[in-house]
Ligand binder design. Structure first.
Ligand SMILES: Cc1ncc(COP(=O)(O)O)c(C=O)c1O
Length: 459
């Protein structure tokens, strides 16, 4: 067994070396991928296979390690999308995996009927890394459930139902989360929560022609007031937003936005819910949570994705007073699962021990400098934006409209050169670049080289 494992390890090392020598073009033959994809299509919802954010051909992952994915054809890819911003400390991170296995052998599942040390320890960690007096968590298995829980909590605490969300935001795929989502393609439930109202998102790049940034910010802020006073009872349960809209195309909220919105929400009796499913856990390089950068204290926060490096964990955290309002029976069978909790704790400790928030800031600056250099003279690039290791390129046509075809060609070209990137944005025209937080300076250089080639091919 050990010998076989070592032999496999050696074979992988040889493949890695061979690919390091000849890295410029991926040799995708595709037979195994096509066969696997055909089997998938027969037994899995077709909607699953339709979502190819990383290029025009399916990619079947065989294994993954650190910053790299290996497909079933034997190709290696530098992964700058991290399982959609979820693999925060590298694929199959050894220290985290060891913690997972240790807990797996000790007690695998208990449900929250029983007290379990792993859940308590991670909840204590959540209290320590989130801002202000947020200290009480409810655990689930996804970001959608985390947002569902946040809205339920706000409604029970305030005794009101109306909720304000941002256009172009993404909140998940439960009925409430789809209702919060401000993007038609992601709303597919047919029945929506009519108490959720959407306001203009402060996307400075897409502001009306001729309007200054200050005037557009004023408009976005005053729209929150207008919608509360015209489309709700005048009192609300909550306002929910992502500091950087992830699926929306890494749209960074202006510095003053939340500081100006919070008093309006408070005046209407509502809670401020900040969704850090994508921005959380150090990715933006400004702290474990991004919201500190905007200088406001949320009443409720939600997390998922990178929290447990790919293990399914959703977290809703709030104050003891607000949490106490949830006074009916409620249970998430897999929430607080000891293996998930041990994995989450090991992930956050790894980020702290290895200084990965600082790495996200430094490598983010390096990546951003490359993107600005590569895109500065390109008419097809409307904007380069982002924070830390959450950077984006928005492709536009001559008339400024979203250019989804060029964005698709760009991610496909990058993939042919061995780099995985993601797509997003309302128009499907934004490249999302979000490597795991362990990314090195050399890997940023390599990604920049490939993006330069891809840009030449599509520009
Ligand atoms: C900001 C944000 N919130 C919530 C979700 C939903 O998370 P999940 O897919 O784990 O349900 C996502 C998923 O992409 C997200 O980006």
């Amino acid at each position: 067994m050990v010998v076989e494992h070592e032999a496999r390890g050696k074979a992988h090392t040889m493949i890695d070396e061979a690919l390091t020598v000849e890295r410029t073009q991926v040799q995708t033959r595709g037979e195994r991928t096509r066969a696997l994809r055909a089997r998938q299509d027969a037994v899995v919802y077709p909607a699953v296979g339709r979502l190819q954010l990383y290029g025009d051909e399916p990619l079947a992952v065989d294994r993954a390690s650190g910053m790299y994915l290996y497909d079933v054809e034997g190709n290696r890819y530098l992964d700058f999308f991290g399982g959609i911003l979820t693999v925060s400390v590298g694929h199959c991170n050894e220290e985290v995996t060891e913690a997972t296995i240790r807990q797996l052998k000790r007690a695998q599942h208990t449900s929250t009927l029983f007290v379990n040390e792993a859940m308590v320890a991670f909840a204590e960690k959540m209290r320590d890394v989130t801002p202000g007096d947020l200290s009480v968590s409810f655990f689930t298995s996804s970001g959608s459930e985390a947002n569902e829980t946040a809205i339920m909590t706000a409604r029970m605490y305030t005794g009101r139902t109306d909720v304000i969300a941002l256009r172009h935001g993404y909140s998940g795929r439960t009925q409430t989360a789809m209702s919060l989502t401000g993007q038609a393609p992601w709303r597919s439930g047919l029945v929506y929560d009519g108490y959720i109202k959407h306001v203009r998102n402060p996307n400075m790049y897409r502001r009306p022609a001729g309007m200054s940034e200050d005037a557009y910010l004023d408009l976005c802020v005053s729209e929150v007031e207008d919608v509360i006073s015209s489309s709700t009872e005048g009192r609300i349960a909550a306002f929910i937003a992502e500091p950087i809209q992830g699926v929306g195309g890494f749209v960074v909220a202006p510095q003053d936005y939340f500081r100006r919105v919070k008093p309006i929400v408070e005046e209407a009796g509502g809670l401020l819910i900040i969704d850090e499913v994508q921005t959380g856990w150090g990715r933006t390089g400004v702290g474990m949570c991004a919201i500190g950068h905007w200088g406001v204290q949320p009443d409720v926060m939600t997390f998922a994705k990178g929290v447990a490096n790919g293990y399914p964990v959703g977290v809703t955290i709030t104050t003891p007073e607000i949490a106490a309002a949830v006074d009916h029976l409620t249970l998430a069978t897999f929430g607080g699962n000891p293996v998930a909790m041990a994995t989450a704790l090991a992930t956050v400790e790894y980020i702290e021990r290895h200084g990965l928030v600082r790495n996200a800031a430094e490598r983010g600056r390096q990546l951003r400098a490359h993107l600005e250099r590569l895109c500065s003279q390109r008419a097809c690039v409307g904007e380069v934006r982002g924070m830390g290791l959450m950077q984006a390129i928005e492709f536009v046509a001559d008339d400024g409209r979203p250019d989804a075809a060029r964005a698709g060609a760009f991610v496909s070209a990058a993939r042919r050169h061995g780099l995985i990137l993601g797509k997003g944005g309302m128009g499907g025209n934004v490249i999302r670049i979000a490597p795991p937080l362990i990314v090195t300076a050399e890997q940023i250089e390599e990604a920049a080289r490939v993006m330069g080639l891809a840009l030449q091919e599509v520009a």
